[in-house]
Each structure stands twice: as C-alpha cells, then as structure tokens.
Design a protein. Structure first.
Length: 461
C-alpha cells in the first residue's frame, strides 16, 4: 500500500526550523543577512497585497516578490485556473504534439504588441533574456550585444554578460562579447554601431536598479540607429511589463517604439508557476528555426507546460476584467505625487521618480550640520546604509515590506502588487513620513541602528 504525503503535517512538524534549514542546506548568508537587519519574520499566510505573521499582524507588501506578484498573492481566478488544469489530467509535455494552451497564450500576449508575431516560452526572466540574445546573434550573424550601465537582465551566463553591476559579474569571467553604453547616450551607441559587429542593444525602459527611466525620445532614436546599422532592439520588460508602469509595456510610453524582441516573465506567472516569454518578429524566428532539422535548436524542457500556460491566460484575463493597468497608473500617480510633495520638506530626501507602480525614492546629502555628520558617517562605512535605515523601521514599526534598489544605492524601490488601492498607498506615505520625521529629528533608535549597520559594514570589509 502506498503511503500518502501530508504537506500540512510536514509544515506543522518542521516549519519552525525554516531559518535553520536554510542556514544548513541552502544559501547560508540569507538567514544571516535577515537576522542582521531584523527581517527574520515568520509569515503564516498571504492574500492580495498583504500577509500576516504568526501573531496575526498585517503587513503591506510593497515588494511583490521582486515584481512577481503582480496580481498579489493567491488571486482566486488564477487559483481556479490551476485547479482546473490539474483536474483536466491533460497529456502535457509529450513534446510530439501541439497542445492548445501555448498557442492561446501566445495569441493573447501578441495582441498587446501587434508588431510582433511569435513567442518562445521558457521558465524565467533570465531564460527570456538568454533566448533574445541567442536569437539576435543568430538572426544578424553578429556576436556583440550592447547593454546599458546599471542594467540588470538576469544572472545566468548570457544575461550576466549584459548585467551592468560589477558585483554580480566579478569572478564569473569570461562572459560573452558585450559592451556597456550609458542609458540615454545616443552618441555612445552610434560609436559602437559604427564598428559593424553589433547584433542588438538590450534595454530596460525603466531600469530596476535605481529606477532610472530612459530619457524621452531615446528608445525611438536608438531603434532608428540600430536598424540603420542592421542591429536589433531588445526590450527587457521582465519587471516593467504587464502593466507595472501604467502601460501594458513600458516601451509603449514612447510613440513609435517597436522592439524587435521583447522579454517578459515575473507577473505572467500569477505568482504560482515560473514562466518566461520572448516575443519577436517573424523573420527572426524564421531564421532561427530555418528548417525541420533545426526544430529543436532552441527549446526548454518545461517550457509551455500546461500549468504555466493556464496561469498566464488567467493573469491576462484578470488584467483586462479588473482593469489592472489603469489601477497601476492611477494609484501609482497618487503615490508618486504624495511622495514627491515631501522632497522640499525633508532635506535627506533628494528625489522621487518612476512610472506607475515602479517608484524610486532617492536620499541625498543633507545641508544641516548635525544630519550631515551622521550622513557622512554612514557613507564612509558603506554607501546605501541610510536607505537600509529607512527600510528597517518601515518593516519593524509599520509592518511594510520594501527593498533598497541596489547595492551601494541610496534608493528605495517600490514595486507593490498592481492591485493595491489608495488606502494602501496612503498607508505607505504616512509610514514613510513618520520614518523621515524620526530621521530628521534625530530619532535615537533609527540612528542607533545606523551605527549597528556601520559596525557590520566595517567588519565585513
């Protein structure tokens, strides 16, 4: 007789060991880091843009699992779609048939970008980028890819080659032949294109690291330059796509921009089944898959699986039926405008920028002597510590989860679920205002924590 598997019993018996299990068997630095900054919480359940700890305390999620949870957690429509596809007992992943769900999801995705024709489904954002890099190089017959400084496109070897952060690249060379150009610098782009060996430029319309938006007119001008030199434009919409910036794709904020390849993932999963998609023009796919002999020249074992396809179809249905993109635009504008109004009020607050529900809050050197001395102390130890000082009380005091936008950056990035409402936005602004008041009034606990971070930074040098 086959013994059953009881997941609930296993979690009840061993769930309390979560941090010890990670320390022993997984990335041992993760629990260490979480304990250092006081993020070693035990979350019990989640729904929408909120989750609750074992004591029943409510937390507001302004991180969305690094933008994966576009519809929040456990959306009922996506849950039902997954139950339905499991109950259907489909003959999935036979690899020698053409099941309907991938075709239906591809058709639906392409309807949001009518200048594109075909889709390749993988399992993640970095796979979507890898696919775009391979396709661009093969289709053009060239090998070099251009990317923008401060870019983040993933961490597998190909996508790491177009990663603008040295901390991620260090120790993993040699990488692909790629070259960085500053975001918005058309002269630098033109100089590289003149060398005649560039296959494509890959760009995030709004960079995740630091939340820097491509300058007005840059994407269209870059596209024209690239096409003049027979190179391609790749839009990395892994984080910005599916409504994050108040348009379905972030490149759509600029008229006339029609990337040759577009990468999406994260929110398409509904937060359940990993999925990535690379959308492209027909002629590119025709070149890559040029004959029956090349039918498997690029594939993924779990790509196009029924669960991922069902989740993606359900996500797009919810986005249309619940007007998710419009909500992201409206609530994002309210959140950004309320935060921007605080810039003149707090000298430690330098800038608020972004689009839709992708917002960067940047801190800068204050003018008053007392605050300037404290700021200098933190900067001398490690740039980015002040932003971390803000993130911690937002969680500890106000139960709001946020993140610093990148290593050595004094920027907090807000990428909440796209379903948050005005009450959630106001809750964040009120909490953020309280933390800034504390910082400017010399709040002891906050600056004491800053000293602790300084000691940690110095000890790890």
């Amino acid at each position: 007789m086959t013994k059953g598997f009881d997941l609930a019993a296993l979690l009840a018996e061993r769930g309390a060991e979560r941090y010890e299990l990670h320390a022993k068997h997984l990335n041992h630095q993760l629990p260490r880091m979480l304990r250092t900054i006081g993020f070693d919480k035990v979350y019990e359940r989640a729904e929408g843009a909120h989750f609750w700890d074992t004591e029943g305390n409510d937390y507001l999620d302004m991180l969305a699992g690094f933008a994966v949870m576009g519809l929040g957690r456990h959306h009922p429509v996506v849950r039902k779609a997954l139950h339905d596809v499991l109950d259907a007992s489909l003959a999935d992943l036979t690899r020698f048939d053409c099941p309907p769900l991938p075709g239906l999801l591809a058709e639906k995705l392409l309807s949001y970008s009518p200048h594109l024709d075909r889709v390749f489904f993988g399992n993640s954002g970095t796979e979507a980028v890898e696919t775009a890099l391979k396709f661009a190089r093969y289709a053009t017959g060239r090998r070099r890819i251009l990317y923008c400084t401060h870019a983040f496109h993933g961490l597998t070897t190909g996508s790491l080659s177009v990663n603008g952060e040295d901390g991620f690249r260090k120790g993993f060379a040699p990488l692909l032949p790629d070259t960085a150009v500053p975001l918005g610098d058309l002269d630098a782009l033109a100089r590289e294109l003149m060398k005649g060996d560039v296959a494509a430029l890959i760009v995030e319309p709004v960079q995740g690291k630091g939340v820097h938006e491509a300058p007005p007119g840059y994407l269209l001008a870059a596209q024209q330059l690239l096409h003049r030199h027979k190179a391609l434009l790749i839009a990395d919409e892994v984080q910005t796509g599916l409504g994050r910036t108040g348009k379905f794709y972030a490149y759509q904020h600029e008229d006339g921009v029609e990337p040759d390849l577009v990468c999406v993932a994260k929110a398409l999963s509904g937060g359940y089944v990993p999925v990535g998609a690379t959308l492209g023009k027909d002629w590119i796919f025709q070149k890559v898959y040029s004959s029956m002999d090349r039918v498997q020249v690029h594939s993924a074992s779990f790509g196009s699986n029924a669960q991922a396809m069902a989740a993606g179809l359900a996500v797009l249905s919810v986005m249309e039926n619940e007007e998710i993109v419009a909500n992201a635009a409206a609530v994002g504008e309210r959140l950004k405008s309320r935060l921007a109004a605080l810039v003149d009020r707090y000298e430690l607050l330098a800038d608020v920028r972004g689009r839709g529900l992708m917002i960067g809050i940047e801190f800068g050197r204050p003018t008053s002597l007392k605050l300037r001395s404290r700021w200098t102390m933190l900067q001398a130890a490690r740039k980015g510590l002040f932003a971390q000082m803000v993130v911690v009380p937002l969680l500890q005091r106000h139960r709001i989860l946020t993140q610093v936008s990148g290593d050595h950056l004094e920027v907090i990035k807000l990428i909440p679920p796209l379903i948050i409402d005005t009450d959630d936005a106001d809750r964040f602004v009120d909490a953020f205002t309280d933390v800034m008041e504390d910082a400017h009034n010399g709040g002891g606990l906050m600056w004491d924590f800053g000293k602790t971070l300084v000691k940690q930074a110095v000890s790890h040098r």
